[in-house]
Design a protein around this ligand. Sequence first.
Ligand SMILES: [Zn+2]
Length: 315
Amino acid sequence: MSASDAVLAIDIGGTKLAAGLVDPSGAIVRSARRPTPAGEDERIWSAVGELIDEVVADVDPVGIGVGCGGPLRLDLGEVSPLNIPSWRGFPVVARLAHRFPDLPVRLHNDAAAMAVGEHWLGAGRAASSLLGVVVSTGVGAGLVVDGRTVNGPTGNAAHLGHVVVDPHGPACECGGRGCLEAVARGPAVVAAALAGGWRPASDVIDGRALVRDAEAGDPAAVGALHRAGEALGVALASASHLLELDRAVIGGGLAVGAGELLLGATRVAYARHACLDFAAGCEIVPAQLGSDAGLIGAAALVIEPRYLARAGGHS
Ligand SMILES: [Zn+2]
């Protein structure tokens, strides 16, 4: 292998896996992605390993940053992504350390990695209390306060997806009811639109088709995105009162695709519920780094270790 100053970044989600080499300026030098395979834990790990082989090739990275769907145990280096059912307590840090014994391995949840990436180089720059939210297959979030991630004892602070927005709402994968994720995750929004009378224009029924039909004026599609956006605004208002947020950066496939169809409703709901002056000033803005935020943020955990001042792997 040849020497390099690049970091190996890995982004593990319920829908897709990605790996990349990121240089110290945050530029992605090389990357590869693929859908997350269904099935048992080792099959998914093999897919991650193949992606690593593809991007590392002849390069010798200086460290490894990993973003993975939550929940997780930063203190143990283990992940249990709700959207990857076969990974429960999966020792992702130990597996990487075994393969790259001399390299630091830094882990955080994928939404925290997005928040760090946006704070470092995207829409969250200079924010002092930033919540990054990913609205996709699930709803995740990461919190950066005074330039550091807020982790909690096991690394699970800022799970905005499981803040309750409707105590009588739909059941959630977590076992609760009416969580933001149960209302606003892509599959839930699609299901709500269908129940509300959405007539998909294409055979493919997914979030992308929903956004397309909403843009074409289908009222049920518009209504479902509006309700998801509203639920996000309600959750952000609660978060802002708790944390005095000055910025919320919204990313993830569904939110990026829907744009103002979702974010417009988020801002209206936020304004209705965040009435105290200190909360009213929070800016709600779209993410700038797109689908690269996860890889850039994972790399930042190594390149800018101030973000993850304690726990989160070994070095
Ligand atoms: Zn939940």
